[in-house]
Design a protein around this ligand. Sequence first.
Ligand SMILES: O=C(O)C(=O)C[C@]1(C(=O)O)C=C[C@@H](O)C=C1
Length: 369
Amino acid sequence: MSDSPSNTDSSNNLDELRETIDQLDTDILRLISERAACAQHVANVKLSRDKGTVFYRPEREAQVLRRIMALNPGPLDSEEMARLFREIMSACLALEQPIKVSYLGPEGTFTQQAALKHFGESAISLPMAAIDEVFREVEAGAVNYGVVPVENSTEGVVNHTLDSFMDSSIRICGEVVLRIHHHLLVADTTRRDKVSRIYSHPQSFAQCRKWLDAHFPHAERVPVASNAEAAKLVKTEWHSAAIAGDMAAKLYGLTLLTEKIEDRPDNSTRFLIIGNQDVPRSGDDKTSLVVAMRNQPGALHDLLEPFHRHQIDLTRLETRPSRSGVWNYVFFIDFKGHHEDPQVAAMLEEVRLRAAEVKVLGSYPQGVL
Ligand SMILES: O=C(O)C(=O)C[C@]1(C(=O)O)C=C[C@@H](O)C=C1
């Protein structure tokens, strides 16, 4: 079949456009390679200054990503562009030092998704069975960093994570916020009209409660240790479904029977990056503290008053029972700013005078992606 004139025009045009793309790809390839070689030089400079240097620099990564987002001319949106640069930096860092990251597993959990979002695909991610194991691995130096969930916008705080900080010297090096989309998943063998049992993590059941009440009021809800575990179980039972995310669906080859069944469309979870390093200022930081107050009237007011006076923006305040005495409480506080900012340092000085104990868990860049 011969091409009509207009087809010939457009195919010539297509050839030309593809040639342009080839040229651009050649340029991008050269530039990424130059960037990677530059990161290798950076590694040598770091090593020549300090043998025990840390290669991963959260504050610098946040600055790189923020700059790219600000410069982005489009048409790709800034988040998409930052994700591409995230992967380039991840590969550059892996040239300097392969980074090992433990996360609350098993494979396919939202925490793994958060770890990949933060560190990129070049990091080596290792699943742990429990939050305290993630802490232990980091403390023991078996991995460089850990990723644990800390709060969900629908379900609130993850107490296990807060409690683990009380007996540990671990620092917070970063945060990452993930939009959480839950799907109803089935296997090829599932009889879709006969679903009588649904597996999921208790938090996910809570986040999809209204949808389940409306669509599966009679199905048995079976809580399991993780969404990935729920996805695995579905493979073995013809009358069961699971609630889990994209990663678990992909990992276990399940089909999305209904997508995005979470009750709140803005459902998101915040994860913390834990490690052994103090992170310098990035220009847009947060700090987390744990504070024990003496058990006396007005203690909470006394604690918060310096924050107010120094105009420091609190982003979270949680109370947990202390482990050292009955009816003693500690406060977990997040606020905007870095502990080296003069205003924050002055405020902390005053809080230290009022509190029985203050521990700075870390100052770290606000989540960028
Ligand atoms: O600037 C550095 O310290 C680098 O090592 C380079 C680089 C990058 O690729 O931009 C890589 C890893 C660090 O975590 C931060 C940035």
